[in-house]
Design a protein around this ligand. Structure first.
Ligand code: DGL
Length: 264
């Protein structure tokens, strides 16, 4: 079982930012990644729909032999993680909200933290709760950025005007740390940094998620042997025109194979 792949999923290409961190922290692990490019974005959908999509994909990953599930999507982590843990109690399930909250709490000096995310993530209040658990005195200011995921999936460079509009209110709150609370956003980190300026630290979940995954695999005796060769195989539910070029350019990721799964 320890030689089995880690199942990772997202609504689209954004979760590859987490897959990249897992590849670099756990180089011996095989990753099987599902990007639900047929149904992206999830961020404007209801809890019921996000749960249903997440269950279908987790089941598909398990049917293909996954030893653990990483929900590399903040929206699905915020809305569907409890249901996945309930349905698959024997499989380690790791989401990205807690790792993102940890990164924010470690980075902030003033306790004033901004969170940008999808509408569903922001409405869920998941980051507020996770940060309050770790740092009860912190002040959290969140903003939903519904246009960003479709733009990123299209490979659009994302205009500064769209970002400025979303980030204006956060900057006014004098935050010193900004959580990129959607796994797509690290793909446009330079643009976000340009808008908020050098005094605000940008953090995301990817690195801490990979570290937490390492711990959970070790605790369950599921770490791949040191002699194993890691790889990343990608399954998409629809074509993603600019998928390979944006992921490979931005993340310098080596993808062993890309196949199609028709989940209609
Ligand atoms: N990468 C997903 C997230 O982290 C995007 C959600 C969406 O498809 O709207 O939230």
């Amino acid at each position: 079982m320890s030689d089995a792949p880690i199942g990772v999923f997202d609504s689209g290409i954004g979760g590859l930012t987490v897959a990249a961190a897992i590849r670099s922290e756990l180089p011996n692990e095989k990753i099987l990644y599902i990007g639900d490019t047929a149904r992206v974005p999830y961020g404007g959908k209801s809890r019921e729909t996000i749960e249903r999509y997440s269950i279908e994909i987790a089941q598909q990953l398990l049917d293909r032999g996954a030893k653990a599930i990483v929900i590399a999507c903040n929206t699905a982590s915020a809305l569907a993680a409890p249901r996945l843990r309930e349905l698959f109690p024997d499989v380690p399930v790791r989401g990205v909200i807690h790792p993102g909250a940890q990164a924010a709490v470690a980075a902030t000096r003033t306790g004033r933290i901004g969170v940008m995310g999808t509408q569903a993530t922001v409405d869920s209040g998941a980051y507020e709760r996770a940060i309050a658990d770790l740092a009860p005195d912190a002040h959290v200011y969140s903003v939903a950025c519904p246009l960003l995921v479709p733009l990123i999936e299209e490979g659009d460079p994302v205009t500064d005007q769209v970002l400025s509009r979303y980030l204006e209110s956060l900057v006014e709150h004098n935050i010193d740390t900004l959580v990129l609370g959607c796994t797509h956003y690290p793909l446009i980190k330079p643009a976000i940094a340009r808008i908020v300026g050098p005094d605000i630290t940008l953090v995301d979940s990817a690195h801490n998620c990979a570290l937490a995954l390492n711990d959970i695999l070790a605790a369950n005796n599921l770490l791949a042997p040191a002699s194993a060769t890691g790889r990343l195989d990608v399954i998409l539910t629809d074509t993603a025109k600019r998928f390979l070029s944006s992921a490979q350019t931005a993340l310098a990721l080596d993808i062993a194979s890309v196949t199609r799964w028709n989940n209609e």
